[in-house]
Write a protein that binds this ligand. Structure first.
Ligand code: SF4
Length: 326
């Protein structure tokens, strides 16, 4: 591990000053410390923000939900309002990582976690994300777990977060605080596709801090849930996943919110699936026809061709579970 300095801040002003001077924010540390041990990350200054007052879950005036960036995954998953209003968030969190990690890791850190591409974590391998211009070992290497959507010639790594898939489906907003004040970024624009610059992974400017994620209010009832398909039943990343929320009134689907994980370089919103559902009556044939659009535009690699069909099946199954037909 490379030498670094450590400072603990107690208010956001202090944090922003340290961040603006090049400090790297750390809270739970469950990703960053691993990467520092592997020398993938070499921050010179760590700024511990875990004491900042960003650890509340609240219902907004409009009836949406605001989750502070320092709420732990376990706290968010167990929160009564999260469970009642948006079970898809609780389920995505509970299917992530391990109990020990969920007790330490924060919502902000979960969004910011970096890819689990094994070549990214092997400092002897070519990796454009870690070392721009060096190449991408995964393209011709073992790429079974890599992305089929949103890829570029420069990077094909998936984003590993589950709860980010739920936030994308629910069209959340990321609240940021920086030297120039507060701003909001739609969740689907916050995490960046690799394109020509895979080392740029998010919309944060230098020194900016994530303060919260906000989920808008939706008409009720809104049924929702998260399905994760993986090689083993616990402590594993998604091969495919589906976050689904449906509002059905008068027997007709009025609102459909769908996103996929494990397949995209970012959490992958599925607007074609959503459009296929809205205005229709729930039925087995509807779920199948809508899910058939989930992998549109997919560009599978040598070892992950199975993911396109698996994604369609995952989405269809979760539509059936949430939509209620058997
Ligand atoms: Fe690096 Fe991305 Fe290629 Fe993995 S897929 S080796 S993270 S450039």
């Amino acid at each position: 591990m490379h030498p670094f300095s450590y400072t603990r801040v107690s208010d956001t002003g202090e944090a922003l000053n340290a961040g603006h001077r090049g400090g790297r924010y750390i809270a739970g540390g469950t990703t960053l410390v691993d990467l520092m041990r592997e020398t993938v990350e070499r921050p010179e200054i760590l700024v511990d923000i875990s004491s900042l007052p960003l650890d509340e879950v609240s219902v907004t005036e409009r009836g949406g939900l605001r989750i502070g960036a320092l709420v732990t995954m376990a706290e968010a998953a167990a929160h009564a309002k999260v469970r009642t209003l948006f079970p898809v968030i609780s389920e995505a969190l509970e299917l992530s990582a391990s109990a020990q990690l969920r007790n330490m890791a924060t919502i902000g850190g979960n969004i910011m976690q970096r890819t689990r591409c094994t070549y990214f974590r092997d400092v002897t391998a070519d990796c454009n994300k870690r070392e721009p211009g060096s190449g991408c070992a995964a393209r011709e290497g073992f790429n079974r777990t890599h992305a089929i959507l949103g890829t570029s010639d420069h990077c094909v790594a998936t984003h590993p977060s589950d709860v980010a898939v739920a936030f994308a489906a629910l069209e959340g907003t990321v609240h940021l605080l920086g030297p120039d004040g507060e701003r909001e970024v739609p969740f689907v624009d916050f995490l960046l596709r690799p394109d020509n610059t895979p080392q740029r992974e998010h919309a944060l400017e230098r020194g900016e801090l994530i303060t919260a994620v906000e989920i808008p209010a939706y008409p009720r009832p809104l049924k929702s849930g998260y399905l994760k398909v993986r090689d083993r039943q616990s402590y594993e990343f998604a091969l495919t996943s589906a976050a689904v929320a449906l509002h059905v009134r008068g027997g007709v689907i009025r609102e459909a919110l769908v996103a996929a994980g494990g397949v995209g370089t970012v959490p992958w919103k599925l607007p074609a699936v959503e459009r296929h559902l809205i205005g229709e009556r729930p039925s087995e044939s509807l779920w199948a026809a809508a899910a058939a659009r989930a992998a549109e535009g997919a560009r599978p690699l040598k070892h992950n061709r199975f993911k396109a069909e698996l994604l369609e099946r995952t989405v269809e199954r979760q539509l059936r579970i949430v939509g209620g037909t058997k």
